[in-house]
Design a protein around this ligand. Structure first.
Ligand code: HEM
Length: 445
């Protein structure tokens, strides 16, 4: 079987087999792409991340897949000076302190959704938590509060993401690049995606224009606490605001990078937790006591450790790079393979066991050093603090309201590849029961 097909079929086993056969550094050739050299220890990963200081062009690697969706001015796909300018503008609104103010809003959004969950009937948790993470992006990142626009985007965005998924998967890279360079509507295959994207863009530009008008009229346009308001108020080193086109691209970037990933992280957290009753019980006690969230933080870390959402992060190598006795030529990809780095027994003894305790106590320093679900170097995920906050708040809200159980207790879910992510094969199927004394208990069935 071709490497690409074996990887699709059972990614982690296939990659583990490569590591057993070739050691901690190995290469795979995927059709239509430069050869890719994977590294599977945290030390080697640091060597790759160090490229970010000069020329590990992460943007160029992603551009071929993502540009039709995120446009030309996205943090994901830019490199060099334009990337740095955008990174400086996006970092402050997504900083830990800035997003910590969203805690109560996230809890409210989560509670509204959890109240609609069926009791006693199996359902796929990932779809349901994705509604929460989408709502967080729409209301707290885009800052949209108009009911009509919100309702329209709730319908359009999942359709647009699905259409983009088929576009990305079904065209071979060379063809896709050529197609993406044409006006999208001329290619019938891409027409549906282009229509959805145009409608979403229309709503976003309306929203940007509305805020500008408010700001010019001296109303609250420039002082809102959502990420878009903060971005619109920001100025680069030359005192320039971000133009509308670039604002649009960065909004779609945060949507693209931020809502499905966080939902997948949450789905895995529940898939693992519901199969680890002791950890679940300890966490429930901590959430009920409400005065400490150290165990919750460790649970989130352990979920992202043993089931990392993004399985690898790549850099395009500019000048030859030595990695563990191998020389990677310029023009190849070098990629920390998060899925295996998080299974390195040196850093994470008994890697198959779900044990949040490894992030508490004396072994925590070693575990933290190798933990990298958000990548590393200068391209480290700019939304990591928001994602971690969402995961903590949403898990706590779920546990306060319901008791989650696995729908198929004897069958852990497989890691299935979906673009650059690994999702639970049955989308984290659970059954939930109302907790005694929770608002859910009083609900009519
Ligand atoms: C659990 C959820 C998430 C995971 C696992 C995740 C993971 C990642 C990873 C692995 C990277 C690549 C880092 C590298 O190349 O070294 C990345 C980049 C990025 N992420 Fe996230 N992410 C998550 C949530 C978010 C959120 C909520 C946002 C925004 C609201 C976001 C925005 C971005 C952006 C814009 C980049 C590109 C950064 C750059 O190249 O400078 N992510 N993320």
């Amino acid at each position: 079987m071709l490497p690409a097909l074996r990887l699709l079929h059972d990614p982690v086993s296939y990659l583990e087999a490569q590591r057993r056969r070739y050691g901690p550094v190995f290469a795979i050739r995927f059709p239509g792409l430069p050869p890719e050299v994977f590294v599977t220890t945290a030390e080697l990963a640091e060597r790759v991340y160090a490229l970010d200081a000069e020329g590990g062009r992460a943007g160029e690697v992603r551009r071929r897949f993502l540009e039709p969706m995120v446009g030309h001015h996205s943090l994901l796909t830019l490199d060099h000076e334009p990337w740095l300018r955008h990174r400086r503008l996006l970092t402050p609104p997504l900083h830990g302190r800035a997003v910590s103010g969203y805690r109560d809003d996230i809890a409210r959004i989560a509670a509204e959704e959890i109240e609609t969950w069926p009791l006693g009937t199996p359902f796929a948790l990932r779809e349901r938590v994705q509604r929460i993470t989408l709502e967080v992006i729409l209301r707290l990142v885009f800052g949209i509060d108009d009911a009509r626009r919100l309702a329209r985007l709730r319908v359009l965005i999942p359709r647009m993401m699905e259409a983009a998924g088929t576009v990305v998967l079904m065209l071979p890279p060379g063809v896709r690049e050529r197609a993406a360079s044409l006006p999208l509507r001329r290619v019938p295959f891409l027409g549906r995606f282009a229509e959805l994207r145009a409608e979403v863009d229309g709503i976003l530009y309306e929203e940007i224009a509305r805020r500008r008008a408010l700001a010019e009229a001296g109303a609250d346009g420039g002082t809102g606490t959502d990420v878009l308001s903060r971005l619109m108020a920001a100025r680069d080193e030359d005192g320039r605001p971000m133009p509308d086109r670039e604002l649009r691209d960065e909004l779609i970037t945060m949507l693209q990078a931020g809502h499905e990933t966080t939902a997948t992280g949450l789905a895995w957290a529940f898939e693992r937790l519901t199969r680890a009753p002791q950890a679940l019980e300890r966490l429930r006690r901590e959430v009920d006591a409400g005065d400490d969230d150290r165990y919750l933080q460790a649970v989130v870390k352990e979920a992202l450790r043993c089931r990392p959402v993004v399985w690898d992060v790549s850099r395009l190598v500019d000048v030859p790079l030595r990695l563990g006795g191998y020389e990677v030529p310029a023009g190849w990809f070098a990629s920390p393979l998060i899925a295996l780095i998080h299974r390195d027994p040196e850093a994470f003894p008994q890697p198959d066991v779900f044990r949040p305790e490894r992030f508490l106590g004396p072994e925590a320093a070693r575990a933290n050093r190798a933990w990298q679900p958000f990548g590393g170097g200068r391209r480290y995920c700019v939304g990591a603090q928001l994602a971690l906050l969402e995961m903590r708040v949403i898990i706590a809200e779920v546990l306060r309201r319901v008791e989650p159980l696995p729908a198929d207790p004897g069958r852990p879910e497989r890691q299935r590849m979906q673009h650059v992510t690994l999702v639970p094969s049955r989308r984290a199927r659970v059954v939930v029961r109302a907790r005694t004394g929770s608002p859910q208990e009083a609900r009519p069935r």
